[in-house]
Design a protein. Structure first.
Length: 255
């Protein structure tokens, strides 16, 4: 990738990370790189092409995060590592990540994710005729699940032992701690960061005995995050089992 194009795309991604996708414009990106809007066009084209460039950049970041370390491990571990890398990418860039699902470029057969999935399925022994379908299905799960997770489109996962038909105070507490819940102002009981900055020995001495314990909202959010991660790993296990089954029992040719 051309250095100037990469710089522009990096700044566009940083802008989306900071202010959301709606804030991205040719003018806003141009200001970040010290150019005029018109000067961007030779490198990234118009706004649609710039969005496709972000898709390319996200795929590049995904490939870099996975690296070449997976070449010598089994296909099961590679698939699990790839799935976790996709989820990590979603959490690193929650505003930009849905582009992988929504832009047409994300579905291109040449995308890095699709190519990686096809390589894994090939090494698993899946018949060549079934690889494209399975790759599309796994890609749809990885992108769909993680997009729903970072955009709030998935229902919350109940903690272990919770009755799904009962009231859900765990969900209400987590919602109360979501962004926007603190609109009334800062917590008057929160620690003063300037206090520790002025007296580092106070911080080194240990926790403040008068500090409040983590509230149910924070605990609920932590439990929800742990439950979501466990569910995602379980789903990856199901996909691994499905791939293994496809490798052992090729679909019979339909008449």
């Amino acid at each position: 990738m051309d250095d100037k194009r990469r710089l522009i795309l990096d700044q566009a991604l940083a802008l989306v990370d900071e202010r959301g996708l709606a804030a991205m414009s040719m003018r806003a990106v141009a200001e970040r790189v010290g150019l005029t809007s018109m000067a961007l066009y030779p490198y990234v084209g118009g706004k649609d092409a710039l969005l496709d460039g972000l898709v390319d950049l996200l795929h590049l970041e995904l490939g870099t995060s996975v690296g070449d370390d997976l070449a010598d491990i089994g296909w099961r571990e590679r698939l699990r590592a790839l799935g976790r890398a996709v989820r990590s990418l979603a959490h690193a860039h929650p505003s930009a990540f849905p582009l992988l699902l929504n832009r047409s470029a994300a579905g291109a057969s040449a995308s890095w994710l699709t190519a990686a999935l096809r390589g894994i399925l090939h090494d698993a022994g899946v018949p060549v005729s079934e690889i494209p379908r399975l790759a599309r299905m796994i890609c749809a799960f990885l992108l769909g699940y993680t997009t729903g997770e970072v955009t709030g489109g998935l229902p919350r996962v109940p903690p272990p032992g919770a009755n799904p038909d009962a009231a859900q105070p765990w969900a209400d507490a987590a919602d109360a701690a979501s962004p926007g819940a603190d609109a009334a102002g800062p917590d008057p009981h929160a620690a003063d960061p300037d206090l520790h900055a002025a007296d580092p020995d106070l911080h080194a001495a240990g926790p403040d005995p008068d500090a409040a314990e983590p509230g149910p909202e924070a605990v609920s959010l932590a439990e929800d995050a742990a439950a979501r991660e466990a569910e995602f790993d379980a789903d990856l296990g199901d996909l691994i089992g499905l791939v293994a089954h496809a490798a052992r029992h090729p679909a019979r040719e339909r008449s």
